[in-house]
Design a protein around this ligand. Structure first.
Ligand code: SF4
Ligand code: F3S
Ligand code: FES
Length: 254
């Protein structure tokens, strides 16, 4: 294969640079070892608008301020670790293109709400995962272990298809005003993951999960605000799933 000439490399660099724009990232900073108060800090970057907010955060961390703290892993919308408030809305930083969020104005980046901030954009996810664990997010069956896979019709699989897409990013729960109030509400993500098993024809613990969600901090606290549905980066119909769980609790049919 031919090696690109120096001229070609220089021309490519110049073409890439011509696409760069100057963007201000306005980031909510918090370091409990330095101050009890969170503050805003601005960073100016030269960046291609087709890059993502996560690319901007990497650039800041790697080139401007190594102390900036945030979570991310896959960088491709799979692991759910980089949910944050970008321009006031919960989004995944790795799925948000800079050109799509008006880069002419400062891009505000804050931690998700309703969970304790540990440092900068990192929150304590433990209450979120505790609610998830509480709804028993695993298949429960009795009897002998089958010698082949448990069969299910396409129609039965369809009933919980939407809720299998959850990546546990917490964008829904941390956008819910009921959860912001006291953090006691199970929250939409836990209900979505309960839904995934309640409506699975192979599972035998639907009643148990419904009773767990019949609690004073369970599904009845949902006020059908729809913030959760708007926030979900996987496009899950979160509010609809919550309504289906409520209906199953009333009718005991699922
Ligand atoms: Fe994230 Fe959507 Fe799952 Fe909520 S339901 S945790 S927003 S993927
Ligand atoms: Fe909250 Fe979603 Fe219900 S935002 S109030 S869980 S519809
Ligand atoms: Fe994994 Fe964004 S880094 S979902």
């Amino acid at each position: 294969m031919a090696t690109p000439t120096m001229d070609k490399v220089a021309a490519d660099d110049a073409a890439a640079a011509s696409h760069l724009i100057t963007v201000t990232f306005r980031i909510r900073r918090f370091n409990p070892e330095v101050s009890a108060e969170a503050t805003w800090e601005d960073f100016q970057l030269e960046i291609d608008p087709k890059e993502r907010v996560l690319d901007g955060l990497h650039k800041i961390k790697w080139e401007l301020d190594g102390s900036l703290t945030f979570r991310r892993s896959c960088a491709h919308g799979i692991c759910g670790s980089d949910a944050m408030r970008i321009n006031g809305k919960n989004r995944l930083a790795c799925k948000t293109l800079i050109k799509d969020i008006n880069p002419a104005k400062p891009i505000t980046v804050e931690p998700i709400k309703g969970l304790t901030v540990l440092k900068d954009l990192v929150v304590d996810m433990e209450p979120f995962f505790q609610a998830y664990r509480d709804v028993m997010p695993f298949l429960v069956t009795t009897g002998n272990e089958p010698t082949r896979e448990r069969l299910q019709s396409a129609e039965d699989r369809e009933r919980f298809d939407d809720t299998t897409k959850c990546i546990l990013c917490a964008a829904c729960t941390s956008s819910c005003p009921v959860f912001w109030n006291d953090g006691q509400y199970f929250g939409p993500a836990a209900i979505v993951n309960a839904h995934r098993f309640i409506f699975d024809s192979r599972d035998e613990a639907g009643e148990q999960r419904l009773e767990i969600l019949n609690d004073k901090d369970g599904v009845w606290r949902c006020r059908t605000t729809f913030n959760c549905t708007d926030a979900c980066p996987r496009g899950i119909e979160v509010t609809k799933a919550i309504q289906e769980v409520k209906r199953a609790l009333i009718t005991r049919r699922y």
